[in-house]
Design a protein around this ligand. Structure first.
Ligand code: F6P
Length: 366
């Protein structure tokens, strides 16, 4: 299975998350065992725009075990700019895909491993098809919304961080007779909110997949208080809409728009309807940083090793995936097409309902 020695390129793209460095390490170690060279591309595919492209040579010496324990990505990454419609300083948009492909060719690599979420793997796949680049994808996203894999690198750590936040909010909520609302990330899907809400003992979990009625949410909290409990915990995914259907967005430097702020809207409504002190915590990027959980290190390691083995076997346009306690591989094009929202009749939704957690709709009614 070793074949002739290869030189492979490796990049991380999209938003960072915990576990990326563990995946990079696994790729380098497996490749080194096969006698291959690994070239890290900096700042995602953007590194290919530089002349020469911005790279970092990755060897066994450069990937010690300290790296596996660190959050972020030593290669850097970006979730801005699509090479097929690149924003120019004068406000126009240009297709710079050929520049990136030229950059890749200049590296003289036999294959590319791209670690990304649905958006960035989609772009990489388009680039690879256009430029005939042998590509293998590794899924990462705290949102866990990539299709054809049960989990992606970063999700487990994000859930652990959000659960810990609820563990910390509960005693202060109880001490002050307050309702504590935690807004968590998840660009279009409520996986983090649902998992952390269950694990962290939330009373209410609102996710974008299940429309909510604020009166019902308030009544659930009033019932809890009526039964003698003086506090309540509410988890809201950032992608939840207002009652009128709007998305709460913030605009950042460079015109980048990101979700955020729905927690404050819903928190104010709960305070008013329940006539109770309500405080809102927006967890934000804390969910992406820090040490990866053991589970994220494990799947990142398994994904990295399997990605190299796919290249050794000459199997391309595949994405490594997790299924039934195993690492497998699936067609990359299918995975990026198949968006994975929370299943409304799925196991965790049924678990939440079974625990009496209010999901904002009427399905818990007797
Ligand atoms: O997709 C990952 C994610 O963390 C989302 O959950 C969130 O909406 C977004 O990225 C935040 O992006 P940025 O890092 O650009 O603020």
């Amino acid at each position: 299975m070793t074949g002739s020695p290869k030189r492979i390129a490796l990049l991380t793209s999209g938003g960072d998350c915990a576990g990326l460095n563990a995946a990079l390490r696994a790729v380098v170690l497996r490749a080194a065992a096969l006698g291959w060279e690994v070239v890290g591309i900096k700042q995602g595919a953007h590194g290919l725009m530089g002349r020469p492209p911005q790279t970092l040579s990755l060897s066994v010496q450069s990937v010690d075990t300290i790296m596996m324990r660190q959050g972020g990505t030593i290669l850097g990454t970006t979730n801005k700019g699509n090479p097929f419609s690149w924003p120019m300083p004068d406000g126009s948009v240009r297709d710079l895909s050929q520049d990136m492909l030229e950059g890749f060719r200049s590296l003289n690599c036999d294959a590319l491993i791209g670690i990304g979420g649905d958006g960035s793997l989609n772009i990489l796949q388009r680039l690879a098809t256009l430029g005939n680049i042998p590509l293998v994808g590794i899924p990462k996203t705290i949102d866990n919304d990539l299709g054809l894999t049960e989990t992606s690198i970063g999700f487990d750590t994000a859930v652990a961080v959000a659960t810990e936040a609820l563990d910390r909010l509960q005693p202060t909520a109880a001490s002050h007779d307050r309702i504590m609302l935690l807004e968590v990330m998840g660009r279009d899907a409520g996986h983090i909110a649902l998992a952390a809400g269950i694990a962290g003992g939330a009373d209410v979990i609102l996710i974008p997949e299940i429309p909510y009625d604020i009166q019902r949410v308030a009544q659930h909290i009033k019932d809890i208080r009526g039964q003698g409990r003086n506090f309540a915990l509410v988890v809201v995914s950032e992608a939840v809409r207002t009652q009128e259907g709007g998305r709460m967005m913030n605009e950042f430097y460079g015109g980048q728009k990101r979700l955020g702020g729905i927690g404050h809207v819903i928190g104010a409504q709960i305070a008013e309807l329940c006539q109770a002190e309500t405080r809102v915590t927006v967890l934000g990027h804390v969910q992406r940083g820090g040490q990866p959980s053991a589970q994220d290190r494990l799947i990142a390691s398994a994904f990295g090793v399997h990605a190299v083995e796919l290249i050794a076997a000459g199997k391309f346009n595949r994405m490594v995936a997790w299924s039934n306690r195993q690492v497998i591989d699936v067609p990359l094009a299918e995975a990026v097409k198949h968006y994975q929202k929370v299943e409304k009749s799925g196991s965790l939704v049924r678990t939440a309902r079974g625990l009496g957690i209010c999901l904002g709709d009427n399905s818990n009614d007797p």
